[in-house]
Design a protein around this ligand. Structure first.
Ligand code: DQA
Length: 148
């Protein structure tokens, strides 16, 4: 099974960005951790980060050609207002799981709204890097049950 991980704007600054909220672990730590988990779970992953909304959309479109079994998406602030990303998720026939490091429902009011949520098959949030692990495990279980 092969999964795509897409991280949105400002996540490249993990480790120095608002450390009281996002912690001291860096973006490199995140990618390293994701690759370790993928190896342990015997799946393949490709990890991207971009600060551009259009790039996220293009990565979603491109994922169809690459035959990914699922996508783990942290659109960062775009979560709260990008109907273009919502439409892109709806436009592809690959299951997308929304993830966030923090609990967006427990922060400022504008973060309590995820406009992409309804286009995704599940959401994991508030568990730091573990939100991504949960998403990976969810997609693997789903993939396995679809094989039967
Ligand atoms: C985030 C939450 C968003 O509200 C925020 O804009 C981010 C990161 C998270 O992972 O907790 O940049 O997606």
């Amino acid at each position: 099974m092969k999964f795509l991980v897409i991280n949105g704007p400002n996540l490249n600054l993990l480790g120095t960005r608002e450390v009281d909220i996002y912690g001291k672990k860096t973006y490199q730590d995140l990618t390293k951790q994701l690759k370790q988990w993928a190896k342990a779970l015997k799946v393949k992953i490709k990890v991207y980060q971009t600060n551009y909304e259009g790039k996220i959309i293009e990565l979603l479109h491109h994922a169809m050609k690459k035959k990914y079994a699922g996508i783990i998406l942290n659109p960062a602030a775009y979560t709260h207002y990008s109907y273009a990303i919502y439409d892109a998720i709806k436009a592809i026939n690959i299951p997308v799981v929304e993830v966030h490091l923090t609990n967006i429902y427990n922060r400022e009011d504008f973060r309590k709204i995820s406009v992409i949520k309804d286009a995704c098959i599940n959401s994991f949030y508030g568990e730091g890097f573990n939100s991504y692990l949960k998403a990976m495990q969810f997609l693997i279980e789903r993939g396995n049950s679809n094989d039967n």
